[in-house]
Design a protein around this ligand. Structure first.
Ligand SMILES: Cc1ncc(COP(=O)(O)O)c(C=O)c1O
Length: 385
């Protein structure tokens, strides 16, 4: 028997709020009915605030990777040159997608854990002696917990050449961050359902501007299920081209209702508070953070315990306290731990994590650190409320 309720603090999937679960549990409805038309109409439009766009957001029945692939194959023609910023496992995902198509991908590598160096990227982009169609990047690179300076990057790409499309993977940050596609010069912005948008996995989102929409209609790259023109055309009739995840789309409506009740700017602040409190507490426990403050994501934090502490912390959080966090990916496996703080999380949830971490560390280190992280956490919270 567990003494503690389960606390899911992985960087996705995240806890699904009770109201969303209940709305997803409604009796099934046909997807070619007026009832469903109303649901998809509301969902695709209500999401606009979250994505910072004035176009209805396309909703795909598939995981986040499908939206990455859709963005790439609808923007890129065969033989086009594209630039992919690879700063972790999900930049690498973009690279792998590109390698499945006849595209020329130029990779700008960023050391894992670092944010993009804007000057270095500017020099790189200007040095390419080819016409670049698009630049692809993560907003938050979930594998390292870096938030890239998307606004500055978008402005720079636009200044270098306004014809270049700027495509942003926001899978692990949209719903927790201020974004405005026009202000930030983003042409295509994708996300997934199971992170800050706090739905179960299974839906992916593509937001686009006018320029991108026109481009989708011109590109000749072979595609069928991921042809975004189909989704956008169907949306004009409040419909979807294929059988959609009806229950998830009901859930989106409820998600948007919850956010409008909280008010999105408060949702953003809540995520920032959780990040700041978690980071300061982890520092107070003498554990290194992987990412500098200026690049710290509001949705996930990567920390670097001593090598021999890594497995024990993750296992004991789960086995003793019923708290799930995540390990590192690829070469960071066994080196870092990642705690998610996105979606339905409150500072109190994160405080439980810090308090459990203190108990575990005190055992491992053979000396008490009780209260060190918690009091720091309280200090940070106190500045906000
Ligand atoms: C930034 C980012 N991009 C893409 C993906 C892939 O999404 P999915 O696993 O839903 O296909 C993830 C998943 O964690 C992610 O964090």
């Amino acid at each position: 028997m567990y003494q503690y309720d389960s606390l899911l603090l992985a960087p996705g999937p995240t806890t699904v709020p009770r109201q969303i679960l209940e709305s997803m549990n409604q009796p099934m409805t046909g997807h070619r009915t007026s009832e469903f038309s109303q649901i998809i109409h509301n969902a695709s439009r209500d999401l606009q605030t979250i994505f910072g766009t004035d176009h209805p957001v396309a909703i795909l029945t598939s995981s986040g990777t499908s939206a990455l692939e859709a963005a790439m194959v609808n923007i890129t023609n065969p033989d086009d040159h594209i630039v992919i910023i690879v700063s972790g496992a999900f930049g690498d995902r973009f690279r792998k997608i590109a390698s499945a198509y006849p595209f020329n991908a130029h990779i700008f590598e960023v050391e894992w854990g670092n944010g993009i160096d804007l000057e270095a990227f500017e020099t790189y982009l200007k040095s390419l002696k080819v016409d670049v169609t698009a630049v692809f990047t993560q907003f938050c690179e979930t594998s390292t917990s870096v938030k890239h300076p998307i606004h500055e990057l978008g402005r720079m790409v636009h200044q270098i050449n306004p014809d270049i499309y700027f495509v942003v993977d926001g899978v692990s940050i949209i719903g927790a961050v201020d974004v405005d596609m026009e202000r930030d010069n983003i042409d295509v912005l994708v996300a997934g359902s199971q992170k800050a948008i706090m739905l179960p996995p299974g839906a992916a989102f593509v937001a686009y501007n006018d320029r991108a929409k026109t481009r989708f209609g011109e590109v000749t790259t072979s595609r069928f299920y991921l042809d975004l023109n189909k989704y956008i055309t169907s949306l004009q009739d409040d419909s979807t081209p294929f059988t959609p995840a009806v229950s998830l789309i009901r859930g989106i409506q409820t998600y948007c209702d919850l956010i409008s009740e909280e008010q999105f700017e408060n949702t953003i602040k809540r995520h920032e508070l959780c990040r700041n409190a978690v980071r300061e507490s982890i520092k107070a426990l003498d554990i290194d953070l992987l990412v500098e403050d200026q690049f710290a994501s509001p949705t996930v934090t990567a920390f670097v315990p001593k090598k021999e502490e890594v497995k024990k912390i993750k296992d004991e959080l789960l086995n003793r306290f019923n708290i799930t966090i995540a390990g590192g990916q690829q070469h960071l496996k066994g080196t870092i731990l990642r705690v998610g703080h996105m979606g339905q999380v409150s500072p109190n949830d994160m405080l439980q994590f810090i308090s459990a971490l203190e108990i575990i560390l005190s055992d491992i280190r053979g000396e008490s650190v009780l209260g060190k992280g918690v009091s720091k956490f309280q200090e940070v919270v106190n500045q906000y409320v």
